[in-house]
Design a protein around this ligand. Structure first.
Ligand code: CP
Length: 303
């Protein structure tokens, strides 16, 4: 694997290899032998993905190059391609890119001689989020086969929904979708169910926020959303005792989920964020190895 643009690049063996690698990295101190530079090029807002890549890169011993879109030469019209080539020219060994275009990586593919990781592509792909979600589910159930996963929220505009639905299905999970009018993606071949049905059958309930910034026409009434479609305390009481709750965040408390449930016993939301660091370390490690960039993880166990 030379770049990481999509979870579809990974077969089941590679997915499990990365999950195991992430778990080992959770237990180890790591270091890259020589000075290596990573550049995180975010053209959309981010808290978790950007900061967990930063932590992952620093834990691996990489230097992180500072980039802020608003003060970069993209403001003078420089393209993504020329920005990426510039970072390669000044010595970056790895690019992590988030961009609002669904297919931004197609123009960069085969054009650079350093690995690129997709940290979010429009409404289509968020592969590292998918991988950290898989790790969180796997650590809970030790398998994917036969697990009922319901993805609920703005399916049409969510790159998290698309990356997760297809991959979980491939791994043997039963995937269902739940949403409101205007947020269905008719191209996805999964059954749609109501939120009342979802809580009854799910082992994993993955909640998503409404992505107002990607809506052009549909106006969702936030004040009634929780009562009609969200996870209320009443609905949460109908979930199986062993069922868990995921959310990629950011969370709109009181809209898709009652604020008191964000940190309830079955919530793994902050566990997902912690897992994100180690999944990203594992993916960076795998790519650096594929490009022959020296990397060494010592075997010292964390205290
Ligand atoms: N889950 C996620 O992608 O969060 P950020 O937008 O904060 O990176």
């Amino acid at each position: 694997m030379r770049h990481f643009f999509s979870v579809n690049q990974l077969d089941e063996v590679e997915i499990m290899e990365i999950l195991r690698m992430a778990e080992q990295l959770q237990q180890k101190q790591c270091a890259i032998e020589q000075q290596r530079f990573a550049a995180n090029l975010f053209f959309e807002p981010s808290t978790r993905t950007k900061m967990s890549f930063l932590v992952a890169e620093r834990k691996l011993g990489m230097e992180v190059l500072d980039f802020h879109q608003e003060t970069s030469s993209t403001q003078k019209g420089e393209s993504l391609y020329d920005t990426a080539k510039t970072f390669q020219a000044i010595g970056a060994n790895l690019l992590v890119i988030r961009h609002p275009a669904d297919d931004w990586f197609h123009e960069l593919k085969d054009q650079l001689s350093i690995p690129i990781i997709n940290a979010g592509a429009g409404k289509e792909e968020h592969p590292t989020q998918c991988m950290l979600d898989l790790l969180t589910i796997y650590q809970e159930f030790q398998q994917f086969n036969g697990i009922n996963v319901v993805i609920s929220g703005d399916i049409l505009h969510s790159r998290v929904a698309k990356s997760n639905a297809q991959t979980l299905k491939r791994l043997g999970a039963n995937v269902y979708l739940s949403t409101v009018d205007g947020c269905k993606d008719e191209t996805l071949d999964f059954p749609y169910i109501t939120m009342d049905e979802a809580v009854e059958i799910c082992d994993v309930l993955m909640l998503l926020r409404i992505q107002h910034e990607r809506h052009q026409e549909v106006a969702i009434d936030q004040s009634s959303y929780l009562r009609k479609f969200g996870l209320t305390k009443e609905r949460e009481r109908n979930m199986n005792p062993s069922a868990i709750l995921l959310h990629p965040a950011p969370i709109n408390r009181g809209v898709e989920i009652d604020s008191d449930l964000v940190e309830c016993e079955r919530s793994r939301i902050f566990k997902q964020m912690n897992n994100g660091v180690y999944i990203r370390m594992a993916i960076i490690t795998k790519l650096l190895r594929a490009w022959g960039i020296s990397y060494e993880a010592n075997t010292q166990k964390r205290e």
